[in-house]
Design a binder for this molecule. Structure first.
Ligand code: MOS
Length: 735
């Protein structure tokens, strides 16, 4: 009999399968007669294809067909996700001779082997007509759009009168912080295996949004969504790159239909940089004013962020910066800059990573100006009422995160002056702090839990396992309620056979999937107790479940439940069934909800060649109840690695002469490796936030990285006395 699973340090339920290679990812499917597809990428920044000659490629042995705009199927339009559709962008390659950005797919080679497709790529001859383009935020030729005027769902965040209050502040600062375009680089590349069985399309994909793919593919191909099944049981890292339908998937489906064989399409690493969403470059002008006690009375957060020529990707960072502290007078404004790349958008904490580099840098600068301890300045400005709506927050343990983190880090031993802490060998030591927050968002879900007469349990619910541990979290909830070992549970997620497989993103996966699983399992539990003839709410011995069912002539017991957020109604489930986004948060009818984190960072900087090493990080998180301790901790470790990468190395390089992103490989797009990370200590407040859901879970995956880069930058300032407001911080910035 298992009494407790939730919150334990249980191992990953899929760990052994992954180690043994039994967990199948999108590209792991090898089907009989399968052909291999390889996209060909445009090599100009913008323009059109005057002529494309594929004859030599098509004459090669083992090449089956080369699809271009001249011979491929016409697709129905796809709407951008923020325009109410399924697409990570609206533009579909191969539908005309237009080239909108470097790296755009212009042809698709289908061959009997991957090697044949690769060989054919070099003999496709393209004659382009080039056009001028813009790839930098300040490029001439870019166009700007006022976000709140153009997108009514994405207003500015306003409280009080920030302009006026700033003029009365004793201490003010006005600085600009920039973060570059960045690309996620999951280990698993974008991958599709598409197969037609009669007029039914089956897609094995690495996606965070199987239902969205199902709905979007059906629309693009003009077929019934009931004839499309998408399976994505395991994803080798998503990070927002795979959270809506990207251009490659339909190309694989079209190619499979054309050649009458299953087709595998894996987008190569160099093409991934142009194949789908990435983090937009952004510039933040922060004006902050405080009184002489350190109470912040006003802030203005103005953002300039990139979007594409053809979609307006909102930048919503001020949704969270406006609520981080109790700033009574606040105003945000966003200018979107249309540039010639694919549509940017989602990359782990897509806006908050960048916005909090600015906010938490500004708070640090303010603390030095006052001067006050930067931890105390943050605590002095904590609040329990949302300054934007006036509603109360749900559980908000920001101050506890800061206090506990400070204690574990040993913050009281810090000497306040920059450049005042050194090792015996002269190495500069810097200690920095920053906090972060991320909205609590949830998605509608439905779950079925089935106990069968063989004693095993099936759970069907919406969710995608990207390595974050959602399989483990869901399984632990069902296991505890039914008093069984987690290994006895079979979980079906990421498969449109169990709709709605709502996109798993925005850190809402676990908090959305577990409440209906708990309720459905509770329902089965009640049936079990009744079947056993027990009066009290205590379970029979789990070893006897099968016997109990058989004795009563019952083949299985089913529990069903559905769940959606406070303020939503059952219509959102129908919307989610179509693969459309149907989320709610952080603003709910009676409260506002965020997750919180505090980071403490120690850096060491060689005084002569000022290379920054991160020696240690202590982070404390308030993410509500921790359901799966081990995977939660690992998720935060990952977020901290991302923070160090953002702070010190990651940048997708653009060049106005060439367009696109130039360092499109993981040798030149520098991600931290083990040797770049010092020690990481992670702790959780672990207080259930029961206003949100029956488990009290909030989000974790994204808040983990919010503020982390700022904490590194603040530590670099403390070590060196140099304030770098432009990420990443490089040796030359500190010379
Ligand atoms: Mo994630 S960037 O919310 O898919």
């Amino acid at each position: 009999m298992i009494e407790k699973s939730i919150g334990t340090d249980a191992q990953r339920v899929d760990g052994a399968d992954k180690v043994k290679g039994k967990a199948l990812y999108g590209a792991d499917r090898i089907l009989p007669r399968m052909a291999y597809a390889l996209p060909v990428a445009a090599t100009i920044g913008k323009g059109r294809i005057r002529r494309i000659d594929t004859s030599e490629a098509e004459a090669m042995s083992d090449v089956v067909v080369v699809l271009t705009h001249l011979n491929t199927d016409r697709l129905k339009p796809l709407q951008f996700v923020f325009a109410g559709g399924h697409g990570i962008q609206s533009f579909q390659p191969l539908q005309s001779d237009i080239v909108l950005y470097r790296g755009q797919a212009i042809a698709l080679i289908v061959a009997n082997t991957l090697e044949a497709a690769q060989a054919a790529r070099s003999v496709i001859r393209v004659d382009y007509e080039t056009a001028s383009f813009a790839v930098e935020l300040d490029s001439t030729g870019s166009e700007t759009v006022n976000q709140s005027a153009a997108l009514h769902h994405f207003p500015d965040f306003v409280a009080g009168d920030a302009e006026r209050a700033l003029t009365t502040a004793a201490i003010t600062m006005d600085e600009t912080y920039t973060t570059p375009a960045q690309h996620q680089n999951p280990i698993e590349l974008l991958a599709t295996v598409a197969e037609w069985v009669g007029d039914r399309l089956i897609v094995h994909e690495s996606t965070q949004a199987s239902q969205g793919l199902c709905g979007g593919l059906a629309l693009q191909l003009g077929i019934d969504a009931a004839n499309v099944r998408v399976m994505s049981p395991y994803v080798g890292g998503g990070f927002g790159q795979k959270n809506s339908i990207a251009p490659h998937t339909v190309l694989a489906a079209v190619a499979a239909r054309r050649v009458g064989r299953p087709v595998k399409l894996v987008v190569p690493r160099d093409q991934v940089f142009h194949a789908t969403s990435f983090r937009a470059a952004a510039k933040h002008r922060m004006r902050v004013g405080a009184d002489s006690t350190g109470k912040i009375i006003a802030a203005i957060h103005e953002i300039r962020a990139q979007t594409s020529r053809f979609d307006l990707m909102p930048f919503t960072g001020a949704e969270t910066t406006s609520r981080m502290y109790g700033i009574p007078n606040f105003r945000s404004a966003v200018t979107l800059v249309k540039l010639d790349t694919q549509t940017p958008g989602f990359m782990r904490a897509p806006f908050e990573m960048s916005a909090f580099f600015a906010l938490e840098g500004a708070i640090d600068e303010l603390a030095y100006k006052l001067p006050h301890d930067p931890v105390e300045v943050r605590i002095a400005n904590d609040t329990h009422t949302d300054p934007i709506t006036g509603k109360p927050y749900t559980v908000r343990r920001l101050t506890d995160c800061l206090r506990r983190g400070a204690k574990q880090f040993g913050w009281e031993r810090r000497s306040a002056q920059p450049r005042s802490m050194r090792d015996e060998d002269g190495t500069l030591v810097g200690w920095g702090v920053a906090a972060g927050a991320y909205p609590v968002i949830t998605a509608p879900t439905r779950s079925t839990v089935r106990l069968s007469a063989d004693g095993t349990v099936d759970v069907w619910v919406g969710g995608h396992e990207m390595g974050q541990g959602i399989r483990t979290a869901i399984t632990l909830v069902a296991a505890e309620e039914l008093g069984i070992e987690p290994q006895k549970i079979r979980l079906t997620i990421g498969d449109t056979i169990a709709p709605p497989q709502h996109v798993t993103a925005g850190s809402w996966g676990t908090a959305s999937a577990t409440p209906p699983v708990l309720e459905a399992a509770r329902n089965v539990r009640a049936q079990l107790i009744k079947l056993a003839g027990f009066k009290a709410d205590s379970l029979p011995d789990s070893a006897q479940y099968g016997e109990l069912l058989k004795r009563n002539g019952v083949s299985h017991l089913d529990g069903h439940a559905q769940w959606f957020a406070p303020g939503q109604n059952a219509n959102v489930i129908a919307r989610a069934d179509q693969g459309l986004v149907a989320i709610r948060g952080p603003d709910f009818p009676d409260f506002v909800a965020f997750s919180y984190i505090a980071h403490f960072v120690e850096v060491r900087v060689n005084p002569r060649i000022p290379r920054v090493r991160v020696a240690r990080i202590v982070s404390v998180v308030d993410c509500g109840r921790v359901i799966s301790k081990r995977t939660a901790r690992s998720q935060v470790y990952g977020g901290l690695v991302w923070g160090v990468g953002a702070a010190l190395s990651e940048e997708s390089e653009v060049d106005p002469r060439f367009g696109g992103f130039l360092n499109s490989n993981i040798a030149e797009y520098q991600i931290p490796v083990n040797a770049d990370m010092g020690s990481c200590e992670v702790d959780f407040i672990d207080e259930p936030d029961l206003k949100l859901n029956s488990l009290g879970a909030k989000g974790l995956g994204e808040v983990a990285t919010v503020g982390a880069a700022a904490a590194v930058a603040n530590a670099v300032f403390h070590a060196t006395g140099k304030r770098v407001r432009d990420l990443p911080i490089r040796v030359e910035d500190l010379m």
